[in-house]
Design a protein around this ligand. Structure first.
Ligand SMILES: Cc1cc2nc3c(=O)[nH]c(=O)nc-3n(C[C@H](O)[C@H](O)[C@H](O)COP(=O)(O)O)c2cc1C
Length: 207
């Protein structure tokens, strides 16, 4: 296994609070998701992925609750989950093309990681904050993957919001899908897309 990331320091080790890096700035400035229709093999190996997930989990997290978890789909499991999704759609009498699309959903990339928001009810940490931490995990996974040479795309699509698909995933009470992170190799260079007009997004508070 190729270790691409430095190991986590020992607990309590003094850490640098800043880490200026031209490469990190380039990654952030030029980051782009892969097109979901143009992804293919290869993808990260199970060992690579374990390391990516460890890095992805290194996010801000109020009260250190780690309010998220991962369900990994690799190899055969992608097709088997697809069969379950297809059965859900077929059971509702949905048109055949939609049933077929459901069956192939996870086959669009060699590895798919479902990031699940799994908030802890400690009576004092807002669920919203915990869900934001799960979103940060999704984005951190994309960045870690990109920095390691893998293309990624953060998708939700209908299984993220469907109760039966949630059962198939094994969602517990209060859990929600933060995203399905598709990982692999881009087969087409994604063109730059429109970006927000920052002048409309930024105000300076003047009281
Ligand atoms: C929570 C979340 C869910 C998303 N779900 C979908 C989706 O279901 N389908 C889709 O085409 N894009 C979805 N996207 C958008 C893509 O992940 C991606 O951000 C978008 O294609 C823009 O590309 P960029 O990441 O290169 O800026 C989602 C983004 C987020 C943050």
């Amino acid at each position: 296994m190729t270790k691409r990331f430095p190991p986590a320091p020992p607990l309590g080790e003094p850490m640098l609070a800043v880490r200026p890096s031209a490469e990190a700035r380039t990654l952030l400035a030029l980051r782009r998701s892969a097109n979901k229709q143009f992804m293919g093999p290869p993808g990260p190996s199970p060992e690579d992925l374990d390391e990516l997930l460890q890095i992805a989990a290194r996010v801000p997290d109020h009260r250190k609750l780690a309010p998220w978890r991962f369900v990994v789909f690799e190899g055969e499991a992608r097709a088997r989950f697809g069969e379950g999704l297809a059965a859900i759609r077929a059971g509702r009498g949905d048109p055949e093309p939609e049933v077929e699309t459901a069956a192939k959903l996870l086959l669009r990339a060699p590895v798919v990681v479902c990031v699940i928001s799994s908030p802890v009810n400690d009576g004092r940490t807002p669920i919203w904050e915990q869900e934001l931490s799960a979103g940060a995990v999704c984005y951190n996974l994309l960045l870690a993957a990109n920095a390691s040479g893998w293309a990624g795309n953060w998708l939700s699509e209908w299984p993220a919001f469907d109760a039966d698909a949630g059962k198939l995933l094994g969602l517990e009470e209060g859990e929600r899908v933060a995203g399905f992170i598709y990982l692999g190799t881009a087969t087409m260079a994604p063109p730059e897309r429109p970006r927000a007009d920052m002048a409309e997004k930024i105000t300076r508070w003047e009281g």
